[in-house]
Design a protein around this ligand. Structure first.
Ligand code: DQQ
Length: 539
């Protein structure tokens, strides 16, 4: 197997070659899903960015088309950067995107429209001559003015968008309004801003229902909704979101008290997941979020050897948790059409130090759902108050999967070599804190490869899982394993973690999958279902 292919994914979204980053303007239009994305048509490192374009009927099988938008005019000569789609009420889609106008990365906002609405794939896009639509005024840093959102319409009939920006390290979502989608005026206040968060990239702003898991269109007006603002922080490549209310009179978004801004806030994914963007799917009445998963073998040399870099995470349905405090995400149901051979087991006990192999499926390309139970919380170790200020991933680095604990660590060992020279464990550990229990979920890449490469990024990604274990002594885990990616969903999608890993031994048929318990409390596997995953059509 050549180095080009050994870590290529089987069922994640990837073009045949070259560099990809942010998902752009995902949309559903007349029976077809569209995904655009930042793409370098000339190589496998970032640069020469165009909007690549792919279409699908099911978000799983894809047809790659010619790039839809590429630099050519004064208003985007130095780059066609990220943006979003809006379907106007006359059923006409329009894309807003960031154009780079000089070699200093000065940015403006442009629009593009389909050349021919009767082409079912909308292959050709026109960038009208009245571009750019929005240029930064003097108060705005021209090099930090990008990534327009999907527009939403207020009760006054005006369209609104936000654009990511920063002033004196205060990240902000600049608000613009328009009656005709052509003339845009900046609102006096940003929709929201927060000090010391740095530049906000790829903001995403959308309503979520308080009643059910259905999605809502960006312009939805009605009761029983909350709002979500997601920002991508370019300082540390973390994304975070808050949940709050949208004061439509003042045109301001106000996060709830328990929903904090910045990289210590809630995250769609506590791993490698960035520049995400959601869209409303009217076909299935759901909101779907896409995120970019970068490579972690960060030497440009690696990317050049491979000839490709970057994948899109599996699209996830996203909705508000009944608590109203956080979002839930779950791989879109269409993914299940790729499930092949299945194995199942029930009611299996794992006592301290036990580990067993899940055999009979392809461990390098699999979908695993497992639910664990235990009979008591008594053995949970004390949560060190010093850890409260750390990121969860730092706590995971202190504890890990190999140190014996009380209630956990227990979970999966993915992409493991036969003798465990390489492995990526995805697991839980429960701690007793002052007032409650804290559930740590880790996806630990530190032992994922034998390769010696100082530039290799192998973090012990982790997040906390907000579950009440006192009532229900159960925890579930789903992991999507795909050669160089492990995408995991804890407690039904409350905490999600994506890792990129590059095993040298645990590849293809030589990869193994285990379930383990390294805590003194016995863990029961209530059910475990695992499937080998097929390869969708992507050409
Ligand atoms: N990537 C784009 C920008 C965006 C950044 C450029 C986020 O528009 O801010 O490729 O990854």
């Amino acid at each position: 197997i050549s180095v080009k292919n050994v870590h290529r994914t089987g069922f994640h979204f990837q073009p045949p070659k070259h560099w990809i980053n942010d998902p752009n303007a995902p949309m559903y239009y007349n029976g077809v899903y569209h995904l655009f994305y930042q793409y370098n048509p000339k190589g496998s490192v970032w640069g020469n960015i165009v909007w690549a374009h792919s279409v699908s009927k099911d978000l799983i099988n894809w047809i790659h088309l010619e790039p839809a938008i590429y630099p050519s005019k004064k208003f985007d000569k130095y780059g066609a950067w990220s943006g979003s789609a809006t379907i106007l009420p006359n059923n006409k889609p329009v894309i807003l995107y960031t154009g780079v106008v000089d070699s200093h990365d000065s940015q403006v906002q442009n629009y593009a429209i389909p050349a021919n609405l009767s082409d079912p794939f909308l292959r050709k896009w026109i960038k009208p001559n009245n571009n750019p639509l929005i240029v930064p005024d003097n108060s705005i840093n021209k090099t930090k003015f990008r990534d327009p959102t999907t527009a939403w319409m207020g009760q006054d009939g005006l369209w609104r968008i936000v654009i990511g920006s920063m002033r004196k390290h205060r990240g902000m979502a600049l608000l613009y309004r328009s009656r005709d989608f052509i003339k845009w005026a900046k609102a006096q206040h940003p929709l929201h801003s927060s000090p010391h968060t740095g530049n906000w990239e790829c903001p995403d702003f959308f309503p979520v229902s308080l009643k059910n898991t259905n999605g809502l269109d960006a312009s939805y007006r009605g009761k029983n909704v909350k709002y979500v603002l997601k920002n991508s922080l370019d300082v540390n490549r973390f994304e975070y979101y808050t949940i709050g209310m949208y004061d439509t009179k003042k045109d301001r978004y106000i996060p709830d008290n328990n929903s904090i801004d910045g990289s210590k806030g809630l995250r769609l994914d506590y791993g490698n997941f960035y520049a995400s963007k959601s869209f409303y799917d009217p076909m299935k009445n759901r909101r779907i979020v896409w995120g970019w998963t970068n490579e972690s073998d960060v030497l440009p040399d690696d990317e050049i050897k491979k000839g490709w870099a970057g994948i899109q995470a599996i699209p996830r349905k996203v909705w508000l948790d009944p608590s109203g405090k956080q979002l839930i995400q779950w791989p879109i149901e269409e993914l299940e059409t790729l499930r092949k051979q299945k194995i199942q087991l029930n009611k299996k006990k794992l006592s301290k130090g036990e580990m067993f192999e899940v055999k009979g499926i392809s461990a390098s390309q699999a979908d695993i759902e497992v639910s664990f139970s235990f009979s008591s919380l008594n053995k949970a170790e004390q949560f060190d108050p010093k850890w409260a200020d750390l990121y969860a991933q730092d706590v995971c680095a202190i504890k890990g999967s190999t140190i014996q604990g009380g209630l956990g660590p227990f979970g999966l060992v993915t992409l493991a070599s036969k003798n465990l020279e390489e492995y990526t464990p995805v697991f839980f550990q429960v701690f007793k804190a002052q007032k409650n229990y804290k559930v740590l979920m880790c996806s630990d890449a530190r032992r994922s490869t034998m390769r010696q490469n100082e530039a290799m990024y192998k973090p012990s990604f982790a997040g906390y899982v907000d579950v009440d274990l006192v009532d229900m002594k159960k925890l579930s885990l789903r992991s999507l394993i795909d050669n160089s990616v492990v995408e995991s969903f804890g407690a039904g999608g409350k905490t999600c973690i994506t890792s990129r890993v590059y095993p040298t031994l645990a590849i293809h048929n030589n990869a193994h999958l285990f379930v383990f318990n390294n805590g003194s409390e016995t863990i029961t596997i209530e059910t475990l279902n695992a499937w080998s995953m097929d390869v969708p059509k992507m050409h």
